[in-house]
Ligand binder design. Structure first.
Ligand code: GLN
Length: 531
């Protein structure tokens, strides 16, 4: 079933093989028709993770990058839509040389071509491929067929890992293997046979059940791996290694045992994450948190992880609260923000929840609570400043009120045509761009260098017509595009506020467990010291 942590399981497997000295890259396959993840509502899909080269992908790509501490290229992400699109484009270009192009084998062949291309681009020893969805569902059949074809061509080079869930029904308190047996049969009926079964469960799998699974699912008993629930996803690679997963996989793949596994840095990170006792309280004010009776923190996954890494680096225990911006449309509620050491407004789109966010920003600016605004969170900080300090009452962003008198945030020139023509899929300013920092600023101090590369995902920008007026009243643009035209960072001076920084880019996308992001670290540090 979905939600058993297949993405984290994949990231952990890749991490272990990397720690054995292999060059590992990771691919995610999503079964939907959307060509990329950028056109989906976050409440449906979770976070959109943007790769360095600008592709909008699934949050699992972020997990891989964070666990492996590497940047992944666009070839490493595919959806049913993107695979069909390339096959159809090739057909239109006569690349199939007049032959009949068919769902099978041409779709699986395109999948295999991409897997091999990703291996080549990364010069990888191992490519770890995660197939999204659930065995038995219609949508991922062609991807399973690609796996079957690859394994039948090169059996010694392909290992299949099935992630299964073993429930422990409360009424009987005994772990049940039947759903796994049934799932293995469903997988077998697609012609695919698992080499390793990862048993997700609330508790560890005992030997008796491992033997049962081995017998009924056609795998070696040592290839049945226990994967119980844990309090931190970062303990998972260490857990798998207790069952020798990396050795088991090396054996299936015939990988040389280059050297003993080296998980030193990883273990240090995990220990640090557990040992911190001093608390820092951070409020993330977003609008996509509520889904029926459930809270979806997945939508801001990279932001939450980035906060954690920087807090751990500073030996602090992060307590993150998810606050819905809708609640702060009522100004009486703003007092609640006093409880937090720092407030962060992440990226977003559209008009809903804006009033609450603007109220929050005004409150933290005036009450000197450390503030970190990301993308929309930066644009809204500029807008709030224009409304309340520059007293431009009819200031707005073109995104929500194109007729407003003062469009302090306007559509970027290069985007005007896209917006007018409704060409909205994959056309934002996406991926990595250079920012030049201004000396003597909070941003420059945090980064400790003048030129930085950060990933972007936006269509609007600070309107150049208002820059002088904003600067004159104390909102400084401390980071700009190299040609000086785009405002990438806005901040208040240290003399006016303990930390008030907004960034047009998404620093969270580059925060890594073993390499926390300097701006997040500066924000957490300022939050803790202004307690
Ligand atoms: N909606 C804003 C824009 O398109 C901000 C985007 C974001 O926060 N990712 O510019």
């Amino acid at each position: 079933m979905s939600g058993v942590g297949k993405g984290v399981a994949s990231s952990s497997i890749a991490t272990l093989l990397q720690a054995r000295g292999h060059n590992v890259t990771a691919i995610k396959i999503d079964p939907y028709i959307n060509v990329d993840a950028g056109t989906m509502n976050p409440t449906e899909h979770g976070e959109v993770f943007v790769l360095k080269d600008g592709l909008e992908t699934d949050q699992d790509m972020g997990n891989y990058e964070r666990f492996l501490n590497i940047d992944l290229p666009a070839i490493n992400y595919m959806t049913t839509g993107s695979v069909y699109l390339s096959v159809i484009q090739k057909e239109r270009n006569l690349e199939y040389k007049g032959r009949n192009v068919e769902v099978v084998p041409d779709i699986p062949l395109e999948v295999i071509r991409r897997i091999k291309q990703a291996a080549k681009e990364a010069n990888a020893d191992v490519v770890q491929v995660e197939v999204g969805g659930t065995v038995g569902e219609y949508q991922n059949v062609l991807f399973l067929e690609a796996i079957r074809m690859m394994k039948s061509d090169e059996p010694e080079n392909v290992a299949v890992v099935m992630v299964s869930y073993l429930p422990v029904p409360g009424s009987i308190g005994e772990m049940k293997t039947k759903p796994t047996q049934t799932a293995v049969r469903a997988l077998n009926s697609a012609g695919v046979f698992a080499d390793v079964i990862l048993c997700r469960s609330p508790i560890g799998v005992d030997m008796k059940r491992k033997e049962k699974i081995a017998k009924f699912c056609n795998v070696k008993v040592e290839n049945v791996i226990s994967a119980p629930d844990v309090d931190s996803i970062y303990s998972i690679p260490l857990n798998y290694e207790e069952d020798n997963l990396s050795l088991r996989l090396s054996d299936v793949l015939g990988l040389p045992h280059k050297k003993p596994i080296d998980l030193k840095a990883w273990k240090q990170f995990v220990n640090r994450s557990k040992s911190a006792s001093e608390v820092v309280k951070i409020a993330v004010v977003g609008k996509y948190f509520n889904s029926g009776d459930f809270v979806l923190s997945d939508v801001y996954l990279s932001v939450l992880e980035a906060i954690k890494y920087s807090a751990y680096k500073l030996n602090l225990k992060p307590e993150i609260s998810y606050l819905s911006s809708h609640d702060f449309a009522d100004k009486k509620k703003l007092k609640e923000l006093k409880k937090y050491d720092g407030v962060l407004v992440p990226g977003g789109f559209g008009a809903t929840g804006i009033e609450g966010k603007l109220n929050v920003i005004e409150y933290v600016r005036k009450n000197k609570i450390p503030y970190f605004g990301i993308c929309y969170g930066m644009q809204l900080a500029v807008l709030e400043f224009a409304q309340n300090v520059l007293k431009l009452k009819n200031a707005s962003t073109e995104e929500i009120d194109p007729k407003a008198e003062h469009l302090v945030i306007g559509v970027m020139d290069e985007q005007r045509e896209n917006v007018a023509a409704g060409k909205l899929g994959g056309t934002m300013r996406l991926g990595q761009y250079l920012t030049t920092l201004v000396g003597g600023t909070v941003a420059m101090k945090a980064y400790g260098k003048k030129e930085i590369l950060e990933r972007h995902r936006h269509r609007y920008e600070v309107n150049p017509a208002y820059i002088d007026a904003l600067e004159a009243k104390g909102l400084h643009f401390s980071g700009k595009s190299p040609d000086g035209k785009l405002m990438e960072i806005a901040e208040l001076s240290k003399l006016d506020h303990p930390f008030f920084v907004g960034v047009q880019f998404h620093p969270e996308l580059q925060a890594r467990p073993l390499d926390p992001h300097p701006l997040f670290t500066a924000f957490i540090e300022a939050s803790y010291s202004s307690k």
